[in-house]
Design a protein around this ligand. Structure first.
Ligand code: FAD
Ligand code: UDP
Length: 393
């Protein structure tokens, strides 16, 4: 209680400066990541007053970036590479940033070699010491693939395309490490994120737009939120202020089970520990990310300068160590979790004046662009409701 009083004391000077205190805010937005920031910007642009709060010390959610002590631009929550096929999402974000073209490349450390992943023609040739053509590698995959009647799990997806040896070498260990589950216990959608190729294309993504914000994600978020109708409060859990700051509607982008005090039990989210290092050399890795499917406790190491394009005499990298406990980073796609989420979704839909948007709030393994698209759709839905209300009034 005493802590809460101190906290409120700290908030008071900021709260008195908040506009519209008499009538309150039109929206309280919980979470200043992509979901919350896109909605804040959209609503503010049409005259709504918005208070956006985040319990972290910064905006940007998991996409937040900053300069480390050495002056290297890093992503504290792991490497974030922007890619999308959506013209709408690209055009929308282009209002807040210029871009730098960047095509991500990843190598997997397998049998003592660094090989291209997604598996492609070169992966097969280098791994087995062959010199197959694109046509022959197709025949090779067909000869080792184990056809499945129904592709249900993350094991089925890979084994039915490239057979068991490549599955064991590239996917089984990585997935067990990343999720603490065997691929046979995860939905097909997880490993289906990584395609198989018969050509020599070694890009990790094949999307139409593959770009990085020229001055970083945080700068882009600052521009999105730099609207006179938007007030930003960091270091603030919404539960600390919700009873004191009047608002008409809430948009919630945190974990959905937390909102409902875990009423139906905890929804499994996978966590990570990020270990950051700076090295006194210009470059450490041959590509942006190296995956370690079979060795070490970490899944991958990424070097930021490849991704951001920064020139610097030193270099910073991040190792990702999967964890069962900690900040929620990944929903875990498997049937029993989908069932549990369904219960929360029903509750969420029945909660008046609160809208649930984003990766954690809708328990979807979404990339950044998918979250932006989801937020833009949510905004359109809110606008339709408003038009309907005005028509009926
Ligand atoms: P978040 O960014 O998680 O934002 C939610 C915010 O809500 C958080 O800042 C949190 O602090 C806040 N919050 C929660 N509860 C409360 C509360 N009670 N009170 C106040 N605030 C609260 N996507 C890509 O497209 N490309 C990539 O390369 C990529 N790499 C990734 C790598 C990693 C390691 C991870 C974990 C994710 C990656 N993603 C990537 C996915 C990307 O991070 C998400 O799609 C995106 O950030 C989700 O945005 P969001 O707004 O839904 O959630
Ligand atoms: N995966 C794997 N080996 C790899 C890369 C990916 O087994 O070398 C599997 C693993 O289950 C992983 C999933 O494919 O969680 C999706 O990979 P992605 O790189 O898209 O994961 P994210 O960037 O979202 O962590």
């Amino acid at each position: 209680m005493k802590r809460e009083a101190v906290r409120l004391q700290k908030l008071r000077p900021q709260m008195t400066e908040l506009p519209l205190m008499s009538s309150g805010f039109d929206y309280l937005i919980v979470g200043a990541g992509f979901a919350g920031s896109v909605l804040a910007e959209r609503l503010a642009s049409e005259g709504k007053s918005v208070l956006i709060v985040d319990k972290r010390a910064h905006i940007g959610g998991n996409a937040y970036d900053r300069y480390d002590d050495a002056g290297v631009l890093i992503h504290p929550y792991g490497p974030h590479i922007f890619h999308t096929n959506s013209r709408e999402v690209f055009d929308y974000l282009s209002r807040f940033t210029e871009w730098r073209p960047y095509q991500h490349r990843v190598k997997a450390s397998v049998d003592g070699q660094l090989l291209p992943i997604p598996i492609n023609l070169d992966t097969v040739n280098q791994l087995y010491g062959l010199s197959l053509t694109a046509f022959q590698v197709e025949e090779f995959f067909a000869s080792v693939a184990e056809p499945a009647e129904k592709i249900r799990t993350s094991e089925d997806v890979v084994v039915s395309k490239v057979g068991r040896d490549l599955y064991n070498k590239f996917f089984r260990g990585y997935t067990r490490k990343q999720w603490g589950l065997d691929p046979s216990e995860l939905d097909a959608s997880v490993t289906a994120r990584v395609p198989t190729r018969t050509n020599r294309d070694d890009r990790y993504f094949a999307d139409t737009y593959q770009v990085m914000p020229l001055h970083g994600y945080t700068r882009m978020f600052e521009r999105m939120l730099a609207h006179p109708n938007i007030k930003v409060m960091t270091n603030t859990d919404y539960r600390e202020i919700a009873d004191f700051v009047p608002f008409a509607q809430m948009i919630y982008t945190g974990p959905v089970d937390a909102y409902f005090d875990y009423r139906f039990g905890k929804l499994p989210y996978r966590s990570l520990e990020f270990v950051h290092e700076t090295h006194a050399q210009e470059q450490m890795l041959p590509v942006g990310t190296v995956n370690y499917p079979n060795d070490y406790a970490y899944t991958r190491v990424s070097e930021f300068k490849h991704i951001t394009g920064q020139s610097h005499a030193q270099t910073s990298v991040v190792y990702e160590l999967p964890r069962a406990e900690g900040d929620p980073y990944y929903p875990v796609p498997r049937p029993e979790n989908a069932l549990l989420y369904k219960k929360y979704e029903v509750l969420a839909q029945a909660t008046p004046n609160v809208m649930f948007v984003g990766r954690l709030a809708t328990y979807k393994y979404y990339n950044m662009d998918q979250v932006v698209a989801q937020a833009l759709t949510a905004h359109r839905k809110l606008s339709r409701v408003k038009v309907l209300e005005e028509t009926l009034a």
